[in-house]
Design a binder for this molecule. Structure first.
Ligand SMILES: *[C@@H]1O[C@H](CO)[C@@H](O)[C@H](O)[C@H]1NC(C)=O
Ligand SMILES: *[C@@H]1O[C@H](CO)[C@@H](O)[C@H](O)[C@H]1NC(C)=O
Ligand SMILES: *[C@@H]1O[C@H](CO)[C@@H](O)[C@H](O)[C@H]1NC(C)=O
Ligand SMILES: *[C@@H]1O[C@H](CO)[C@@H](O)[C@H](O)[C@H]1NC(C)=O
Ligand SMILES: *[C@@H]1O[C@H](CO)[C@@H](O)[C@H](O)[C@H]1NC(C)=O
Ligand SMILES: *[C@@H]1O[C@H](CO)[C@@H](O)[C@H](O)[C@H]1NC(C)=O
Ligand SMILES: *[C@@H]1O[C@H](CO)[C@@H](O)[C@H](O)[C@H]1NC(C)=O
Ligand SMILES: *[C@@H]1O[C@H](CO)[C@@H](O)[C@H](O)[C@H]1NC(C)=O
Ligand SMILES: *[C@@H]1O[C@H](CO)[C@@H](O)[C@H](O)[C@H]1NC(C)=O
Ligand SMILES: [Zn+2]
Length: 814
């Protein structure tokens, strides 16, 4: 049995269409192309029908034919992988850098744990749609290789202080060649997916809904991030970078237009290009392409584009990377087998100034039967926020946002891929050998500084306003404190322990946050430990003319622009003057400081303003501190001071947090059954077409027993003819694939029994063939021993038919 994942599979295009598109690309114009394409399709159609008829005949005669005949027929479907395109047209004229990319699994417990983001204690994981990853990108100075930085993109709600400490601590232990990595040059960014396990965050507030801190999930993220760094480090080699920008339409919408419109008209006017691109959200995606010098192959891309990771809704309970996870998946699949792309190509879709953006692009509607849109000013329906829900492009599927999520991912992937192809022909190189970075911790409790207009301003200890509890149209009002304090049965045990510690803000604190009415004075509550950060991360990276601002909070559209503009203006002095600086903002990173709005948006006090922790001048303070450190990015700039000397460190609560998360007690099986036994087999004598679901149910065990990191709980294997005749099975789908869904369900608390359902939602690019479904689990005995087991259905046989003809599968050939 061969369990390697088949490289021949690619999304979006079936094999035949790919060939047609290629000839179109190289030889003919668009109009001719589509005619040619149709002709190709027709030809393929006829060919397909012919083959299918042959196979149908084979199966009808199946009983009389030797098995080899059937194998011959199915082998026709297995097409070989063709390369798509020429090697990258030589190195771009930019400078040489030291480049490395790496990717590793960070999927924590996928069941019995709250999901992170919507702050809804009722949203508890029931399975896995897509594994979560850390993607690491390392860029170094070719001549001075100690000058380098690591940009991590984690499929998590945000970066985090405890996670970052764990990574910085762990990287030192990887070996002496890792001594170059530390606080200054590691950025831990999150994609802002709201569909990952919770319980790994450093501060108390986000731990309330997850019943505290979860060591297992925390370790999964830290260890996976370290593995991705090790892989990137191990792949370091000379290469080139190019950068480009493209428009992404239909993947984000302003979530707080009412607040955005409070920004000065003249400022808004600078970004108000058209009705479709009116500046109320950023439509620009910036892409950085990594190309190795040895053979000109691309090893990865890193992109920035803002849209919330809230395509999967608050009632989704399957773990996934949300729309950024989809975009990265599609990109990585799309380059497979291409001559221009190296093996282990890594695509990072980093979050940007995400604050007031939403992927629910059809707007926010009242789900109270009124058929109306939510109020413009405060996103309510009948005075309440709970019924107001943003709608994704495919909300009618009513699948907890899954279809919309895939679609929003695709809408980011496609322009990114087109830009990547364009950069191959017209590279815009990153130039100048400089690679620099800095990081510092800054105390936002009481920071006095001068605003650009000369007025002095200050920040305040963190506090959250009333609209924080109302939530947003992406996730309305789950963090509802009246509900939390009222019913002990739905309240987190953490909340029961800490609610009496709530503090009334002092008059001074109220004045400092004005006009925000304070709901939670989190920055002044230090018991049992810090509720939110007061000490924030300040960080930026530079390579050539590219500057990356690493933001600890969710900057809104306009806040991000002000920050980037201020940095671009200042960086103009650092970058050779023939090159315009390219400035991007990535985050939420390194910690989670909630939102960063402009003073004007803050005054409106919608959710984003209410969640701006350090008062009205939070953004201005961030800009001031970033600019104060920008000299460290100059080619001949000083080295940033070491952290030890200054001694300001936020706390690490990873070993001291509250936790009420119960471990697995034991797993049991029903009488006369074994783990992995089939409970419901794949539908008998089924015919499957693309888009059909293939499903099987097994006697299961709790997936928390072993996270199977770098492995899989579910797999689809495809039968192929082995060299010596006979069939072998090749893995073609695993937990990393969007279309393969793993669901776990407890059937008896007392006996510890559970069932696992595996569903393959066959994709439009699924290739015809014979497949079987596999389940990999681990059971826990009463004594605590954990034992691995495997399951496979007896009749796990399906043929996915490309041309909508039904094929009956005689079971004996599966
Ligand atoms: C901004 O929001 C308004 C109303 O919510 C919507 O009609 C408009 O299409 C949005 N524009 C963009 C560019 O997202
Ligand atoms: C963009 O400009 C149009 C025309 O001036 C104006 O009506 C609209 O409100 C502006 N939109 C934003 C988001 O500023
Ligand atoms: C929300 O705005 C509406 C006006 O659109 C107003 O009548 C209502 O009082 C506001 N509700 C809250 C909770 O602020
Ligand atoms: C999930 O939530 C969305 C948004 O509130 C709602 O429209 C949908 O009906 C819910 N789906 C299910 C299956 O409950
Ligand atoms: C941050 O500043 C506040 C106010 O000046 C001070 O009380 C607090 O101790 C400082 N925090 C740290 C970690 O130094
Ligand atoms: C930041 O604040 C400091 C302290 O008030 C001031 O000296 C400096 O000019 C400010 N920086 C900028 C870029 O405004
Ligand atoms: C300076 O800017 C701040 C923030 O926008 C504002 O509150 C203040 O009134 C301004 N001061 C002057 C003198 O314009
Ligand atoms: C909580 O559950 C207990 C026992 O089921 C019940 O007696 C009590 O009324 C419930 N409390 C609330 C506020 O619903
Ligand atoms: C937490 O505990 C682990 C295991 O004992 C230890 O390795 C780690 O250094 C501790 N972390 C902190 C921040 O104390
Ligand atoms: Zn958010």
């Amino acid at each position: 049995m061969d369990l390697e994942k088949d490289d021949g599979f690619r999304p979006q295009k079936s094999h035949g269409e790919q060939t047609c598109l290629d000839s179109e690309r190289s030889r003919i114009t668009r109009a001719e192309g589509s005619r040619k394409k149709m002709f190709c399709r027709q030809l393929l159609g006829y060919f397909g029908v012919f083959i299918l008829l042959v196979i149908l005949a084979c199966f009808i005669l199946g009983a009389f034919l030797p098995p080899e005949a059937v194998r011959w027929a199915s082998s026709i479907f297995q097409g070989t992988t063709q390369s798509n395109g020429q090697p990258d047209g030589g190195p771009p004229p930019g400078d040489l850098y030291l480049l490395g990319v790496g990717k590793a699994d960070i999927t924590g417990p996928v069941v019995e744990l709250n999901l992170m983001g919507y702050a809804d204690p009722k949203q508890v994981g029931t399975g896995l749609r897509q594994r979560l990853y850390s993607r690491a990108f390392i860029i170094g100075n070719a001549e001075r290789p100690e000058e380098r930085f690591v940009y991590l993109v984690l499929d998590t709600q945000s970066g985090d202080t405890a996670i970052r400490y764990g990574i910085i601590d762990g990287v030192k232990r990887l070996g002496s060649s890792y001594a170059v990595y530390g606080h200054h040059n590691i950025a831990v960014t999150g994609t802002h997916s709201h569909a990952g396990p919770a319980g790994w965050l450093n501060y108390l507030l986000p731990q309330i809904t997850s019943k505290g801190f979860d060591q297992q999930g925390y370790r999964a993220i830290v260890d996976g991030a370290l593995l991705s760094i090790a892989r990137a480090h191990g792949s370091l080699q000379p290469g080139y970078l190019s950068v480009g920008t493209t428009k992404v339409h239909g993947a984000n919408i302003n979530r707080s237009l009412f607040a955005y419109l409070a920004n000065p008209e003249q400022e808004r006017g600078e970004y108000n290009i058209s009705t479709e691109d009116d500046g109320s959200v950023e439509k620009d995606l910036t892409l950085l392409k990594f190309q190795r010098a040895s053979d000109g192959k691309n090893i990865g891309v890193l992109t920035w584009f803002p849209t919330h990771g809230t395509s999967l809704l608050g009632n989704n309970t399957l773990v996934a990377g949300d729309n950024k996870g989809v975009a990265a998946y599609l990109f990585e699949q799309s380059v497979r087998g291409e001559d221009t792309a190296a093996d282990h190509f890594v695509a990072g879709f980093s979050q940007a100034n995400v604050g007031d953006t939403s992927p629910n692009v059809l707007g926010a509607w009242c789900e109270d039967g009124s058929g109306q849109m939510c109020t413009f000013e405060n996103s309510t329906c009948g005075g309440k926020s709970q019924a107001c829900h943003g709608r994704g492009p495919l909300f009618r599927f009513n699948d907890n946002g899954a279809s919309s999520c895939f679609e929003i991912g695709r809408r980011q992937f496609e322009p990114a891929r087109a830009l990547y192809d364009r950069l191959r022909k017209d590279p815009i190189p990153i130039q100048g050998p400089t690679v620099k970075s800095f990081h510092t911790f800054h105390n936002m409790s009481d920071f006095s500084f001068r605003l650009p207009n000369g007025t002095m301003a200050r920040t305040c200890p963190a506090a959250l306003g009333y609209s924080f509890a109302a939530g947003t149209s992406d996730g309305p009002g789950a963090f509802d404190f009246t509900q939390h304090s009222g019913n002990e049965n739905t309240t987190s045990p953490v909340w029961q322990v800490v609610r009496h510690l709530l503090k009334n803000p002092s008059p001074e604190q109220r004045a400092c946050h004005h006009p925000k009415p304070i709901l939670l004075d989190v920055g002044e509550m230090h018991k049992p430990y810090q509720w939110t950060p007061n000490v924030v991360d300040v960080q930026a990276f530079r390579v050539g003319q590219l500057v990356i601002i690493v933001s600890p909070g969710e900057a809104t559209t306009m806040a991000g622009r002000r920050w980037k503009t201020a940095v671009a203006d200042a960086a103009a002095g650092l970058v050779p003057h023939e090159l315009a600086p390219v400035v991007v903002l990535g985050g939420p990173a390194n910690s989670y400081t909630h939102y960063i709005t402009t003073e004007h948006e803050y005054a409106v006090q919608r959710y984003e303003g209410a969640s701006t922790l350090y008062g009205p001048h939070t953004l201005a303070a961030h800009i001031n501190v970033t600019l104060a450190h920008l000299r460290y990015l100059a080619a001949d700039g000083p080295r940033p001071p070491s952290h030890g000397a200054k001694g300001l460190f936020p706390p690490d609560n990873s070993n001291s947090s509250l936790s009420f998360i119960q471990p697995v007690v034991l797993d049991g099986t029903p009488l006369f059954k074994h783990f992995g036994d089939v409970v419901v087999d794949v539908e008998t004598r089924a015919h499957y077409r693309r888009g059909h679901e293939v499903r099987a149910v097994f006697v299961g065990a709790n997936p928390r027993n072993d996270l199977r990191l770098e492995g899989t709980f579910a797999a689809v294997e495809r039968g192929v003819v082995a060299d010596g005749g006979g069939r072998r099975w090749v893995r073609v789908r695993d937990d990393g694939d969007w279309g393969l869904v793993y669901r776990w369900r407890r059937t008896s608390e007392v006996f510890g029994t559970s069932q696992v359902e595996i569903v393959w939602e066959t994709e439009e690019w699924a290739e015809p063939g014979v497949y079987r479904i596999r389940y990999f689990g681990d059971s826990k005995s009463l004594g605590g021993t954990i034992t691995a087991f495997e399951g496979k259905p007896d009749r796990s046989c399906a043929i996915v038919n490309a041309n909508s003809l039904y094929i009956l599968v005689p079971l004996r050939y599966c």
